[in-house]
Write a protein that binds this ligand. Structure first.
Ligand code: FO1
Length: 319
């Protein structure tokens, strides 16, 4: 079975670890990773979501934090601070710096982001084929209004520095409109037996991937069933601040609203948590098959169970 998953950072990566556990040896997973969170810092290209997937599946992730490297040290950052060079609010550790040096060196030498990602994965062996959504530069910006007025800031500044404490007025994946899907992305979608939307952020992760021209249409036209898992449980994001960015696009932070916003033209099935069982009828009324199952990724075994439920629902909607 050929499984394609669209993934953001921490939630997506943890789900993929369960999915990898749930499948058989003959099954293969292609991950289309969000690169809208990418940022250029310290002269380096940082790809938080690709790295979070790669480190999580490759065993190098800082488990509690969910991003960055395990057993990290912070000498480079401290040295940069001595030079007065920031930003201080973004945590790039020494081990992580090495990844970014390799990536940036290869990009400068003319390799594409897809080629660089493949090269980095030679070390990490994530057990999936990890593709960036695009080799072109896309960076999500957030429009806010604060004491300094109305302005657009990079998503990482909004998320990490401001902790999404200010209302997001608009979310713009800058560059997405002219970006092309990376090599292999549309082919993987067309050849898939199942397409999964992990419990990633529907706006700034899955939404950004779908904003790359051609990807949304390819998913909608795919012969494979498309099944998503709700990142919202009991009216709140399981982690992160998805409610803030959902508000910016006028979608309520409920399991049902997120499903209906994707819509039956895009997804065939949707899993909600058991606490949201009451949402099942409304989702099904919107033409999307829906089941309520436990959706808390408490450990790999529980996450694998979620993945099995998603694959089972895909089988059911396939008919
Ligand atoms: N998240 C934070 O909350 N604080 C950080 O300082 C931070 C640094 C960071 C460095 C590398 C990386 O790959 C991820 C990092 N993240 C950090 C996570 C990241 O900001 C977001 O969680 C994702 O972009 C959203 O998916």
């Amino acid at each position: 079975m050929r499984i394609v998953a669209l993934a953001g950072g921490i939630g997506g990566a943890r789900f993929l670890r369960g999915l990898r556990e749930a499948i058989g040896p003959e099954d293969e997973i292609t991950v289309i990773g969000n690169t809208g969170d990418d940022i250029h810092l310290f002269g380096l290209k940082v790809c938080p979501d690709l790295d979070t997937v790669m480190y999580t599946l490759g065993g190098g992730i800082h488990e509690e934090q969910g991003w960055g490297r395990t057993d990290e040290t912070w000498s480079i950052k401290a040295e940069m601070k001595e030079y007065g060079v920031g930003p201080e609010w973004f945590g790039l550790g020494d081990r992580d710096f090495a990844t970014h040096l390799v990536r940036s060196q290869m990009l400068t030498a003319g390799y594409t982001l897809s080629q660089v990602t493949e090269a980095l994965c030679v070390r990490w062996k994530p057990g999936v084929r990890l593709l960036p959504m695009s080799d072109d530069r896309v960076e999500t910006h957030v429009r806010i209004t604060d004491e300094r007025g109305t302005r657009a800031i990079h998503f990482q500044e909004y998320w990490v520095k401001l902790h999404a404490a200010v209302d997001a007025e608009a979310i713009v994946p800058v560059g997405a409109d002219t970006a092309k899907p990376a090599p292999g992305v549309l082919e993987a979608i067309a050849a898939a037996d199942v397409i999964l939307f992990p419990p990633s952020n529907p706006v700034v992760s899955i939404g950004t991937i779908l904003a790359v021209p051609g990807i949304r249409a390819a998913v909608a036209a795919a012969s494979a069933p498309v099944v998503g898992l709700s990142p919202i449980i009991g009216g709140a994001p399981v982690r992160g601040m998805a409610d803030k960015v959902l508000a910016a696009v006028g979608v309520e932070a409920t399991a049902e609203a997120v499903a209906l916003d994707y819509g039956s033209a895009l997804i065939d099935g949707w899993l909600v948590d058991t606490v949201d069982e009451a949402a099942v009828a409304a989702v099904e009324a919107g033409g999307i098959a829906c089941r309520a199952v436990p959706l808390l990724m408490t450990d790999v075994a529980a996450t694998a169970e979620m993945a099995r439920a998603a694959l089972a629902l895909a089988e059911q909607v396939r008919g």
